[in-house]
Design a protein around this ligand. Structure first.
Ligand SMILES: *Cc1c(COP(=O)(O)O)cnc(C)c1O
Length: 400
């Protein structure tokens, strides 16, 4: 038998209810999308402000292709760093209140680039146990000593920091947790980090646009200066509705990344038109406060509707509103039942979340209406007896 027995691993993934299937999207992002040829009402994209298909963002993109064409053409350090990229960096620096910003082609690459540029074998990285996969991978690739602390628990972090004797220590957390929707206690984490001479890095992929004044994210919510929070990461594929990522920080940090972040140096720059489109989406994200207000109304409507149905939600006041159902099998069954009602909510299963913590990850966008949320709630009502039963049974396990 071949060493590459791929079929066996695939069959096991299927048996474990962990098999992934790609749905075929036939339309732009929006509340109502064409999926596998059928119109459906979707609650699973990260386009929290409805900017991915905004006419002004599209117009900026089109216009920029007249000037710059399509491809980035080269890496930033060769001849791929356009005026469009540079202006976006400057505008993001002003937006985040940081001295300087650097763009990356994706959030995954930003995280790998930063952590590997800052840490090596003799250093240590401390991560929340529910951090996004890209942060976990980045920590491991850096070769630094890797430690995980309990979720959102500064005391647990402090115990690990106290025992560490390495010179450089980096504490890393999601800002808004991608699969849970709760917010990291960044102020407390920063206090603990500073006490032990460690740096704090926050990946606020889901916080920018959705929380803080002008959508300035978790750093703004907790009024964190560059000293409190030296490494701030944001992504552009979520609330910004475009693609790419950025790191904001001191002049020295950003220059270090230009010189040493391998995922910055050895890759083609993002298409300049994406940078131009993002300049427009940044303006809309920052200035159109009504999008966040409307989003908040939808979240309140959903949470009180679920309460009436006896459905338990997680502690979240962000657009990420997961319904915990325990096993992967439960999550798939509930997602399929909602699909029967014309509603798309994806089942999130291990290894994306811990074993026994599978969930329906419901997300909202400013482009949803109260009528859309009513339709979701009616569909949930139809399947809620099942979910109620599941939650009652699974609860015993969660509390352990
Ligand atoms: C989505 C996400 C990323 C990855 O960003 P991409 O630009 O999609 O590669 C990184 N961190 C977190 C917390 C995310 O949710």
């Amino acid at each position: 038998m071949s060493a590459f027995n791929l079929d066996a691993a695939l069959a096991k993934r299927r048996d474990d209810n962990l098999y992934r299937e790609r749905k075929l999207l036939g339309s732009a992002q929006g509340p109502e999308v064409i999926v596998d040829g059928r119109k459906t009402l979707a609650f699973c994209s990260n386009d929290y402000l409805g900017l991915a298909n905004h006419p002004e963002v599209i117009a900026s993109f089109r216009k920029a292709t007249d000037q710059y064409g399509v491809g980035g053409g080269a890496s930033h350090l060769v001849i791929g760093h356009s005026e469009a990229h540079h202006k976006l960096e400057e505008e993001l620096a002003e937006f985040t209140g940081r001295p300087r910003v650097i763009l990356f082609s994706t959030g995954y690459m930003a995280n790998i680039g930063v952590i590997s540029a800052l840490l090596g074998k003799r250093d240590a990285v401390f991560q929340d146990r529910l951090n996004h996969a890209s942060l976990i991978d980045a920590g491991q690739l850096s070769g630094a000593r890797f430690q995980r602390y309990l979720h959102n628990d500064p005391a647990s972090l402090e115990l690990k920091l106290q025992r560490s004797e390495t010179e450089r220590k980096l504490v890393v957390t999601d800002g808004v947790f991608s699969m849970d929707g709760d917010i990291a206690p960044v102020r407390e984490l920063s206090t603990v980090a500073r006490k032990h001479d460690a740096w704090l890095m926050v990946d606020d992929a889901h916080g920018f646009g959705s929380v803080g004044i002008g959508g300035r994210g978790v750093a703004d919510l907790h009024d964190m200066s560059t000293e409190d929070l030296p490494v701030l990461v944001g992504t552009l594929g979520k609330a910004f509705g475009t693609a790419g990522a950025f790191v904001a920080g001191s002049e020295a940090l950003i220059e270090t990344l230009v010189q040493f972040a391998r995922t910055y140096i050895y890759t083609t720059s993002m298409p300049p038109a994406v940078a131009e489109a993002t300049r427009t989406s940044l303006r809309l994200l920052r200035d159109e406060e009504w999008r966040r207000e409307h989003l908040k109304d939808l979240i309140d409507q959903f949470r009180s509707g679920c309460e009436q149905l006896g459905l338990e939600l997680m502690e979240s006041n962000t657009p990420i509103q997961p319904i915990l159902v325990g096993t992967a099998e439960n999550a798939l069954a509930m997602s399929a039942a909602l699909a029967e009602e014309g509603i798309l909510v994806t089942a999130i299963r291990p290894p994306t979340v811990p074993n026994g913590m599978s969930r329906l990850r419901v997300t909202f966008s400013a482009s949803h209406t109260t009528e859309h949320v009513n339709r979701l709630l009616s569909a949930l009502e139809k399947v809620s007896k099942n979910i109620n039963g599941i939650q009652a049974r699974e609860k015993m396990k969660w509390q352990q």
